[in-house]
Design a protein around this ligand. Structure first.
Ligand SMILES: [Zn+2]
Length: 69
């Protein structure tokens, strides 16, 4: 008699809310079309649960301050 255990590598990524807030911490600059577009995409991604994609948009908004766009 053998006992088999199914080993699944999949684990749900459950990030704490505070961590999400940190990832998405950014402020779109008023009047900047790029920031506005990224902010909209951020909110869409956040609403869809695509937190890493949302964080990517937040990074682009932060890039405004460093003169990347
Ligand atoms: Zn901008």
């Amino acid at each position: 008699m053998t006992m088999r255990h199914k080993a699944t590598q999949e684990q749900p990524v459950d990030l704490p809310v505070g961590f999400n807030a940190l990832l998405l911490d950014c402020a779109p600059v008023p009047g900047c079309a790029t920031c506005r577009t990224e902010w909209r995409n951020l909110k869409t991604a956040e609403g869809a649960g695509e937190i890493w994609q949302a964080a990517d948009h937040a990074t682009k908004i932060r890039d405004h301050a460093s003169g990347c766009h």
